[in-house]
Ligand binder design. Structure first.
Ligand SMILES: Cc1cc2nc3c(=O)[nH]c(=O)nc-3n(C[C@H](O)[C@H](O)[C@H](O)COP(=O)(O)OP(=O)(O)OC[C@H]3O[C@@H](n4cnc5c(N)ncnc54)[C@H](O)[C@@H]3O)c2cc1C
Length: 295
């Protein structure tokens, strides 16, 4: 028995929105289906009558420089993102995060739009976009708007999107300038559990021997994705030497209450890992700030 009644493949954003809003019963967008289909099949999702496949819409498949930004379409498979020279140069952390999602089969179909719309606070692609303060292009019946990724989440599995009438078109990230870099890392149980014990992404601007600016995102560290601004403040204007890193690690403990989870790890272990990951991603980004080759 089908777990949906109708599967529709629109070829434009407007057509997708029209189908979502005019179909009887519940209609939802679907990207690779690696989250949604499992949830429906396993009974963790209310029944869906119509699935609107967004993976043949040209606007959502763009991956290009536009003006001062890198645009990553919401339906680009994460495998393509991780292999893209443009993404590796301008948004190394996003390429690294996408390269760690699932295994090869999942990466062939999973999309960044699905990773973000699913709204889990530790989703790897989404945490990497957080470090870039990505702007999300959203299409709705009243047109298109840009919204900061930081305002897109309401709770675990709950985004501010209305999926009965809205779709993510893609993500705008600032193009990398000299002195800027990024890095992503995570600690994961062996495959079979889809989300990491802890992940971390950093975007950095280096000015000779000091960090001029830095964004740090962690997951999971609360009900919604998190920018560690208190930790960032300990690093801005400083050289990331042992003393500065120790202060930044202390700021993690002051600002984040990690949760114990039966499936993944205790809060104490996550605290420990946060220090290890912080040192790793800052070290990588610091080196890369001067090392990355031009495309
Ligand atoms: C074996 C396995 C391993 C996994 N490992 C990881 C992992 O390591 N890290 C990780 O982060 N995730 C992991 N996942 C979860 C999943 O693969 C990712 O979250 C993936 O990016 C989801 O993308 P999708 O295109 O398959 O989303 P879908 O399942 O198609 O959709 C997910 C949600 O997003 C909505 N949606 C999809 N596209 C859009 C759009 N353009 N606009 C608006 N809403 C949209 C859907 O309606 C649905 O609510 C794993 C999953 C599996 C099955």
């Amino acid at each position: 028995m089908n777990i949906w009644q109708k599967y529709v493949i629109p070829h434009s954003v407007e057509e997708a929105i029209h189908i979502l809003t005019s179909s009887p019963g519940t209609a939802l967008p679907i990207g690779g289906g690696t989250d949604l289909l499992l949830e429906i099949q396993q009974g963790h999702h209310p029944p869906v009558q119509t699935l609107v496949d967004v993976t043949r819409i040209p606007d959502l498949l763009r991956l290009e420089e536009t003006g001062a930004h890198l645009f990553i379409g919401a339906a680009v498979p994460v495998k393509t993102i991780t292999e893209s020279a443009l993404v590796r140069h301008h948004a190394t952390a996003v390429a690294e995060a996408c390269g760690l999602i699932g295994g090869p089969q999942v990466r062939n179909t999973a999309t960044l739009g699905g990773n973000v719309a699913h709204a889990l606070p530790a989703a790897d692609g989404m945490i990497s976009l957080f470090a870039f303060d990505a702007q999300v292009e959203i299409a709705s019946p009243s047109g298109r708007r840009l919204q900061s990724i930081q305002t897109l989440f309401k709770g675990p599995g709950k985004s501010a999107l209305d999926l009965s009438s809205e779709i993510i078109v893609g993500f705008y990230l600032p193009l990398r300038r000299p002195g800027q870099s990024s890095a992503f890392s995570r600690v994961m149980r062996p495959q079979g559990v889809a989300l990491p014990i802890l992940n971390m992404a950093v975007w950095m601007e280096r000015d000779e021997q000091v960090i001029r600016d830095i964004h740090i995102a962690f997951g999971p560290s609360g009900p919604v994705p998190f920018r560690a601004t208190q930790v960032e403040q300990e690093l801005i204007g400083k050289t990331p030497d042992a003393v500065t890193l120790q202060r930044a690690k202390s700021a993690i403990h002051q600002s984040i209450q990690f949760r114990s989870s039966a499936m993944r790890a205790s809060a104490a272990y996550r605290h420990h890992l946060s220090e290890v990951l912080l040192e790793e991603v800052i070290g990588k980004a610091w080196q890369r700030a001067f090392e990355l080759e031009a495309v």
